[in-house]
Design a protein around this ligand. Structure first.
Ligand code: TYM
Length: 321
C-alpha cells in the first residue's frame, strides 16, 4: 500500500507530531511503500526568513531519521524538490469551489485570531491535496486536525475523476485513536501556533520545567479523579508502560495524590524514552552528508512517481494529447 504524509518544518517537532503522526510513519514503513516529506512550501505561509527555513528543513530531516524513519525502507524527501506537485496544485485549484476552502478550520481559526491571511494560506488544503494525489497515495497517517484537509482532497479528486476521467486514487486518512489530539501544556491541542508545546528534542532540564508548568485543576488532593478526562494522565499514558499506566490510573481513581507527583513521573518516563533518541540524533548530526544524500535520493524516487501522475492528469484535462 502506498502510504504518504507530510510535516511542516516550522519549528522543532513536538509530542503531538510524534504520537499523532511520526509514530505511524515509522510503524507503517515496514509493510508498506512509505513516502514522507518535509512540507517546506506549506511552511512558507508562516516562515519568511530563508536562513530559518533552511535550518528547519535540515533539523526536520535529522529529527525524522533519529526517531526511526529508515530511508532504506521509506522515501524521505522535501516537498519543494518535486515541482510536479506545484503544477498539479494549479490543475486542482481550477476545480476548487471557494466555499470549500472557506469552511476549512485552519484558515477560519487564523482569521478568528486576527492573523494576516494570504492566498497561500487560503489555498493551503489544495496544495495538500496535490501532495497526496501526486503519489497515488492510498493511506495518509495524520493527527485529527488534518482529517478535514484529507476530506477536501477526497472531494477534489472525486470531482476531477468525475469531470474528466478516472485519474486519481482516492486516499483515506489514518488516525491513531489514543493520540489523535495530544493536549498541550495549557489544555488546548498541542500546537506550535498556541505556544504550548513540549518538544521532542528539547534540552532535558528545560523540558522538565515545562512539564512542571502543565496546567491542572485545583481540586483537593483527596478527591478521586477521572483519568480519562485528564490531560496530564493522557500525556503520561503516551510514555508509560502498561504497568506504570495502571498504577497511576489506580491513584486517580482512589484520590490522595498531588499533580506534582504525576508530573515528576511524566518527566521521568519521557526522559527514559527520549534519551536514546537524543544520543542517536547527535551521532547522525555528525555525518555532514547524511541529510543531503538522503533527501536527494528521496526526491529522485518521489519525482518518478509524481511526474507520471502529473502526466496522467494533464492528459485527462486536455493539456497533452
Ligand atoms: P503539521 O506540520 O501541523 O503536523 C504534522 C503532523 O502532526 C500531527 N499533529 C498532531 N497530532 C496529534 N496531536 C497533536 N496535538 C498534533 N499536532 C500536530 C498533524 O495532524 C500532522 O499529521 N498540513 C500538514 C502537513 C502536510 C500534509 C500534507 C500532511 C502538508 N501536506 C499531505 C499529510 C498529507 C500540517 O500542517 O501538519
Amino acid at each position: 500500500m502506498r502510504v504518504l504524509s507530510g510535516i511542516q518544518p516550522t519549528g522543532r517537532f513536538h509530542w503531538g507530531n510524534y504520537f499523532g503522526a511520526i509514530k505511524q510513519y515509522i510503524e507503517l514503513q515496514y509493510e508498506n511503500d512509505g513516502f514522507y516529506f518535509i512540507a517546506d512550501l506549506h511552511a512558507l505561509t508562516t516562515i519568511r526568513d530563508p536562513a530559518v527555513l533552511r535550518a528547519n528543513v535540515r533539523d526536520a530531516a535529522l529529527d525524522l531519521l533519529a526517531l526511526g524513519l529508515d530511508p532504506s525502507r521509506a522515501t524521505l524527501f522535501v516537498q519543494s524538490h518535486i515541482p510536479e506537485v506545484s503544477e498539479l496544485y494549479w490543475l486542482l485549484m481550477t476545480g476548487t469551489p471557494m466555499g470549500l476552502l472557506e469552511r476549512c478550520v485552519a484558515y477560519k481559526d487564523k482569521m478568528a485570531r486576527g492573523i494576516r491571511a494570504d492566498a497561500g494560506l487560503f489555498s493551503y488544503p489544495v496544495l495538500m491535496a496535490a501532495d497526496i494525489l501526486a503519489y497515488d497515495s492510498q493511506c495518509v497517517p495524520v493527527g485529527e486536525d488534518q482529517i478535514q484537509h484529507i476530506e477536501v482532497c477526497r472531494d477534489l479528486a472525486g470531482s476531477f475523476n468525475h469531470h474528466y476521467r478516472d485519474t486519481f486514487v482516492i486516499p483515506a486518512a489514518r488516525v491513531l485513536q489514543e493520540s489523535a489530539k495530544v493536549p498541550g501544556t495549557d489544555g488546548q491541542k498541542m500546537s506550535k501556533s498556541y505556544d504550548n508545546t513540549l518538544a521532542l528534542f528539547e534540552e532535558p532540564k528545560e523540558l522538565r520545567k515545562k512539564i512542571m508548568r502543565i496546567s491542572t485543576d485545583s481540586r483537593p488532593m483527596e478527591e478521586p479523579k477521572d483519568p480519562d478526562s485528564d490531560d496530564l494522565y493522557q500525556l503520561y499514558s503516551l510514555f508509560a508502560t502498561d504497568e506504570q499506566r495502571e498504577e497511576v490510573r489506580a491513584l486517580y481513581l482512589k484520590g490522595g495524590f498531588g499533580y506534582g507527583e504525576i508530573k515528576k513521573r511524566l518527566a521521568d518516563a519521557a526522559d527514559v524514552f527520549l534519551e536514546p533518541l537524543r544520543i542517536k540524533r547527535q551521532t547522525l548530526a555528525q555525518d555532514e552528508k547524511l541529510v543531503n544524500n538522503t533527501l536527494e535520493a528521496g526526491a529522485k524516487r518521489a519525482r518518478e512517481v509524481a511526474s507520471s501522475v502529473l502526466h496522467r492528469a494533464q492528459s485527462a484535462c486536455g493539456l497533452r494529447v
